[in-house]
Design a protein around this ligand. Structure first.
Ligand code: CO8
Length: 263
């Protein structure tokens, strides 16, 4: 891998986009390496993933403008699909993914953060969808996920004006859950990931699926999705251990890692 580094810290996987000389902009190779990295994450020994960018200035400064500048209509659509496929993989990844946004999150950078489950950022983070200034639409899910996250009116304002917003405004509109001094961002992301990892892994996976799938359908269908995934937790070692620990008053007992494939 040239542009992605992966590190495993206990139950937590840390994926870093590492193309600092281009502010971690996403070209085809970065997207391919990102996909291969997520494909290789061991679902039996990992319980949460952090996605961040290398350096102190940028999370991801967007899709690579140089690479996009000469695309034909068909190639543009194919490039959009390439990004969308990877981002959808992250969005539907069985484990929670926390975006630790350490600087610029513009265009495809804002979009990849929105495919993660949880976004936290540093004080120097800048968010925006500058695409219309470049003569294109947000093409890695921005027209869809931003409206779902911050509401249609605010999403339209950000996309039509192409105006960047700072961390405090991103926090105010609910685009990020918390803002930290830069040096505290990764420790905060790790602390959150470790907290998630201490809970029952099958239950966490089912919660992610229930929320993701339920948000796409009406409430009658959504609660059926929840019922199925709730029922699915029973008879698992997670459920037996989780409730057993409570009933035995043994809160210190760690929940066993259950192989994902055998759930
Ligand atoms: N693509 C390629 N290279 C980039 C990008 C990018 N998105 N962003 C920064 N770089 C490169 C610069 O070209 C520069 O390279 P070099 O040193 O070789 O000249 C290097 O990174 C450092 O950048 P700057 O010198 O510009 O650094 P500054 O601190 O002066 O400015 C900014 C930082 C404000 C972030 C500035 O670099 C910038 O405006 N970057 C572009 C931001 C942007 O517009 N992003 C959106 C791109 S469009 C997009 O993401 C669409 C997604 C959907 C695609 C769908 C496909 C069909």
């Amino acid at each position: 891998m040239e542009f992605i580094t992966y590190e495993q810290d206990g139950y937590v996987g840390i994926v870093t986009i590492n193309r600092e000389r281009a502010l971690n902009a996403l070209n085809s190779q970065v997207l391919e390496e990102l996909e291969a990295t997520f494909d290789a994450i061991d679902l039996d020994t990992t319980r949460a993933v952090i996605l961040t960018g290398a350096g102190e200035k940028s999370f991801v400064a967007g899709a690579d403008i140089g690479e996009m500048s000469t695309l034909t209509k068909a190639e543009g659509e194919a490039f959009g699909k390439k990004g969308n496929d990877v981002f959808r993989k992250i969005e539907t990844f069985p484990l929670p993914v926390i975006a630790a946004i350490n600087g610029f999150a513009l265009g495809g950078g804002c979009e990849i953060s929105m495919s993660c489950d949880i976004r936290i950022c540093s004080e120097n983070a800048v968010f925006g969808q500058p695409e219309v200034g470049l003569g294109i639409t947000p093409g890695f899910g921005g027209t869809q996920r931003l409206a779902r996250l911050v509401g249609e009116g605010m999403a339209k304002q950000m996309i039509y004006t192409a105006r960047n917003i700072k961390a405090d405004e991103a926090y105010r509109i609910g685009l990020v859950n918390a803002v930290y001094p830069l040096e505290e961002l990764l420790p905060a992301a790790k602390k959150m990931a470790v907290g998630i990892a201490a809970n029952a892994p099958i239950a966490i996976r089912n919660c992610k699926k229930a929320i993701n799938d339920g948000m796409q359908v009406d409430m009658d269908a959504a609660i059926v999705i929840e019922e199925k995934l709730f029922g699915d937790c029973f008879e698992t070692e997670d459920q037996k251990a989780g409730m057993g620990n409570f009933l035995e008053k043994d809160k210190e007992k760690k929940l066993k890692v259950v192989p994902f494939q055998n759930k």
